[in-house]
Design a protein around this ligand. Structure first.
Ligand code: ADP
Ligand code: MG
Length: 723
């Protein structure tokens, strides 16, 4: 597969070099509700969603409240219920967007929603029910096939953002993390991201499959991984277009197909250290997306926090920029998802107020088509030159056979080989530039084109109907009063009462909505405060370590050498302090000559100044001496029966005074030094506390010949008892 980065192209999202401009348009927001799953049906979950697709209205009922409570209602550009199919959605929503990309606009599709609500189903679908991505492949290559006198170049990239790290899903080495860069001429782009030139549906499908496989590599739990990472499939379509000046211009449209991470709340608090950092990072891009949306629509913000996350930076143009954007909010219909579904609907409701200024990108600096065209021209010129050289040689009277014989034998093979090489190269490059009706085999006949046009008209009409219905409903309320003619005072009262009731219920629902939002904001704030406390704790610990264990000079030196790199969102060592390889902060001190042992210049100077830095210990924290826990116990005397006590006391007497009937005590069988032998329980174990004073005697005794025979049970000198 040809790789476009081989030609020095870097992918940029959002080019600045747009020329023609159109009027502003809102981000299109649609809601899609999946059907109840078999499990949900089996578990007896209630459905809490009502959808009115003809008016683009969705209602959500709070579970376990009285029937009288008014459901919350939202209106969107379009809503799709559980009966909708992939094709309806594509024809009505995504086909017009892809058409715009083919014209040179940037387009973005976000699939937003809780895990398990159908984001991946909407974006990718399955072989029987293809989603947006495979359907767009078909649309793009069919459109190219039908084009006339236009050259197209299609390339694709696939990346993933996980815990604020960018992974190129098409790269060979999946361990490499990629950086975002910004250039005034081409905007924000992923440095060194690979992009592959695709000549057919098959090729672009292959790119997608490769990316898919790489996505699961390294993920221990694919479901969990995909619910926590954002996957972006990017298709860049460049084409030539004759402008009003009669010149050929290059237009570039980029389609970003984004399967976002699950929007469900991640537990941020209660986790510590690395896990806490992970939890914060996982949803950072998603909460940054929410913040960007809020700032864009509140009308007061002067600063839009695009830089807060990789996702918002990369897709800056899709939110308030020059792209056409569609957001699909996916929800589930069951009651146990109430909170998450409501959050998704509120999120989507805010997003529909974002205004974009879509513009066609014309002749951007990073157009690959231009590079390809000039490369082909260059190669063709080379080929022409070679042919001319050959012709010149021939016209100078050198016969080919002579040439073979007289000139260096290698000239002709090299010539032909080089020409052949050039020709194949030109062919290969030309094959990448798609021209309608030439490269693409799958032609669509006239009838099909007509059918598509009719379809488009039908969809347009449906859209207009929906918009009219929505408008009608709005007007109905305001003109309600004027339409009524009152025949009597009583009737007037009755009608006004009805109207008042309606308004009161509306007020009530607005009030509950405000309370709900306040409550969820307060919850969010508490969580953030908790998180801030945890982070403060960690920070304090770091300060203690720095203040007490790092010499102040070292700290200051380091501080003067580092700067915060906004681009990479991290602290970096200043360029001037870096070695060329970026390896070492400062120059290593030289060693001193003629010292008895290796001493650095720095240490010698320190010695002379008398600063004695080497063994400084005053920075060590004032810690109490840490005592290890005790391993021994106090002696407690054993509880002895009076008889045993008497025997013991006896033992403490001098050997001569002991009154023991030796003959009745059995002699020890082999006594090994230091090894105590277990006996029948009628003998006391040696008592070391008493042993010391009698050690000599006891040894003497054990060395004595066995006088008492087999009956002696223990050394008599110790005064131990008999049975
Ligand atoms: P997500 O990507 O949001 O986590 P998935 O796309 O994986 O969710 O969908 C979860 C399950 O629900 C899948 O089995 C999918 O086939 C099914 N599903 C989602 N949306 C629909 C729909 N509109 N119609 C039928 N099945 C759907
Ligand atoms: Mg998914």
């Amino acid at each position: 597969m040809p790789k476009s980065s081989e030609f020095g192209s870097q992918l940029s999202i959002g080019s600045n070099s747009s020329k023609s401009s159109n009027k502003s348009e809102s981000v299109k927001v649609i809601v899609r509700c999946r059907p109840m799953s078999d499990k949900e049906v089996k578990d007896g979950h209630k459905q809490i969603i009502d959808m009115y697709c003809d008016r683009g209205v969705i209602q959500i009922h709070k579970p376990n409240v009285s029937e009288e409570e008014v459901p919350k209602s939202f209106t969107f550009d379009a809503v799709y219920d559980w009966n909708s199919n992939q094709n309806d959605l594509y024809e009505e929503i995504f086909r017009p967007l892809v058409d715009s990309v083919l014209e040179g606009f940037n387009g973005t599709v976000f699939a937003y929603g809780q895990t398990g609500t159908g984001k991946t189903y909407t974006m990718e679908g399955d072989p029987q029910r293809p989603g947006v991505i495979p359907n767009s492949f078909e649309q793009i290559f069919n459109c190219i096939a039908r084009s006339q006198n236009q050259q197209y170049l299609v390339r694709s990239s696939y990346l993933e953002i996980y815990q604020e790290e960018i992974r190129d899903l098409l790269a060979k080495d999946q361990s490499v993390r990629f950086e975002l860069k910004e250039r005034p001429d081409i905007g924000v782009y992923v440095k060194d991201l690979s992009s592959f030139v695709c000549k057919s549906i098959k090729e672009i499908e292959h790119v997608m499959t490769c990316g898919h496989q790489n996505r699961s590599v390294g993920a221990t739990n694919m479901n969990e991984h995909s619910s926590r990472s954002h996957a972006i499939f990017i298709i860049t379509i460049e084409h030539t277009e004759e402008g009003i000046d009669g010149q050929n211009h290059i237009r570039v449209g980029k389609l970003n197909l984004v399967d976002l991470a699950g929007s469900e709340r991640q537990a941020k608090t209660g986790t510590v250290g690395q896990r806490q950092k992970e939890a914060i990072k996982i949803n950072l891009s998603l909460s940054a997306l929410g913040n960007v949306i809020s700032s864009l629509v509140d009308g007061k913000s002067t600063h839009i926090p695009y830089r807060d996350s990789k996702l918002t930076r990369l897709l800056q143009d899709s939110l308030g920029g020059n792209a056409k954007t569609v957001m699909v909010a996916n929800i589930g219909p069951a009651s146990y998802n109430y909170e998450e579904t409501l959050t998704t609907l509120r999120y989507a409701n805010r997003a529909k107020n974002i205004k974009n200024n879509p513009r066609v990108n014309e002749d951007p600096k990073d157009a690959l088509l231009k590079e390809f065209q000039s490369e082909i021209v260059r190669l063709k010129q080379q080929l022409l030159d070679r042919r001319k050289q050959k012709e010149n040689r021939l016209s100078n009277g050198i016969n080919i056979e002579e040439q073979v014989i007289h000139e260096s034998k290698e000239i002709q093979p090299i010539d032909t080989e080089a020409v052949e090489k050039l020709q194949t190269k030109i062919k290969a490059m030309e094959s990448k530039l798609l021209v309608g009706g030439k490269n693409i085999v799958d032609h669509t006949n006239e009838q099909q084109i007509q059918l598509e046009i009719k379809n488009k008209e039908l969809i347009e009409q449906k859209k207009r109907e929906r918009q009219m219905l929505q408008k009608l409903e709005e007007q109905e309320e305001s003109t309600f009063e004027y339409r009524e003619t009152f025949t009597s005072l009583q009737q007037e009262v009755e009608i006004k009462r009805r109207k008042l009731k309606k308004l009161v219920s509306k007020l009530q629902s607005v009030k509950t909505e405000i309370m709900d939002v306040q409550e969820s904001n307060a919850r969010e704030r508490r969580e953030l405060e908790q998180m801030q406390n945890d982070l403060m704790k960690e920070l304090k610990l770091k300060y203690i370590i720095i203040d007490n264990f790092i010499p102040i000079e070292e700290k200051n030196k380091l501080l003067s050498h580092i700067v915060f790199d906004e681009e990479e969102d991290d602290w970096k060592i200043k360029k001037s302090c870096n070695n060329t390889d970026g390896s070492y902060l400062c120059k290593r001190p030289n060693s001193c000559f003629a010292f008895r042992y290796p001493t650095s210049e720095f240490a010698r100077m320190a010695q002379e100044v008398g600063s004695g830095l080497r063994y400084r210990c005053e920075n060590i924290m004032d810690c109490e001496l840490e005592l290890s826990s005790r391993m021994t116990k106090d002696y407690t005397a054993p509880r002895l029966s009076p008889r045993v006590r008497a025997a013991l006391e006896n033992a403490l007497k001098r050997e001569d005074d002991i009154d023991v009937e030796i003959s009745s005590i059995p002699a020890p069988t082999s006594r090994k030094k230091g090894k105590k032998k277990e006996t029948n329980g009628n003998v006391l174990r040696p008592l070391t506390a008493f042993k010391i004073s009698n050690r000599n005697e006891s040894r003497n005794l054990s060395e004595r010949p066995d006088t008492a025979g087999a009956n002696q049970s223990y050394p008599t000198a110790r005064g131990l008892i008999r049975k």
